[in-house]
Design a protein around this ligand. Sequence first.
Ligand code: TRP
Length: 333
Amino acid sequence: MFENKCILTGVKPTGKPHIGNYFGAIKPAVELGHQASRFNLFIADYHAINFMKDAEILQREIKEIACIYLAAGLNPKTDYFYRQSDIPEINEITTILYAFTPKGFMNKSHAYKACVEKNLADNKPADDGVNMGLYTYPTLMAADILAMDTDIVPVGKDQIQHVEIARDIAGAVNAYYDRDLLKLPEYVTANNVSVLPGTDGRKMSKSYNNVIPIFEDEKIVKKAVYATITDSKPIEEPKNPEDVFVYQIYKCLATPEQTAEMADGLKNGKLGYGHIKAMLLDVILEQTRDAKAVYDYYMAHYDEVRGFLEDGAARARPYAQRTLQRLKETLFG
Ligand code: TRP
């Protein structure tokens, strides 16, 4: 579907994902990437330090996110899997891009704007807690994308603006020198991605405290599943499945037959909340069993993962070197 195209995506290490992230974003991202001829997936560690300074936590989160993508099917031999900080040309390209980036773009960038709005709402100075890394975030992100001659960036809605900024900056550079120095990226919105509801029926999100964790011990997963909110209707009272949060999560993960079975049982008053929670737990454990084994293996053998990341950087780096060289030759001769 994306033949002869490069798909690139960056992930910030920001704490252990939950099943909503895994089934809603991580796995679909890897599957989409595998439709392209070249799939770059990198860990945005320079972006991460704008938000997380504690080195121990940062390193743990990098390790977890790397192992999670491997568990989700990333192929470290054929995909380009690397850390942003292993490709110094990205930072050199960023410096060049700064010269073509209107300050107004950064003022308008929503990550920064959201911070300012929150500060003002809290009666704090507009730029309270804003560091330059956050302020210039979209320029580094543009360099991530443009360095690799990326065709397509799969994004959630919140990242569209960033890809548009990357396009605009690339367009400005190309127009100034009247040459195709940088490839203009496009975004695809991952609208096939389902939003998994959480244990309270709202979107599953850490900030709502309604998540079901992934790759944890069965006991921990079970505790979260069984905490899913239900009412006090007795088993035999017929229920509309769409009103039952357990069912709403279940149908995102179960087969159509399994889903129909739970729906019928609820409608007919044959399945109670205890039953359906057990069914949900089963399907989660079943659907994550193989991936968890891969995750656990790499968490325990992280040296292998480091090797993959180094190898990925070595394979990806020539793209960034060529991009930088094109720019430097044009600019400085
Ligand atoms: N900004 C992205 C996020 O917060 C992460 C990211 C950094 C990225 N560089 C990128 C995504 C380049 C796509 C392409 O999720």
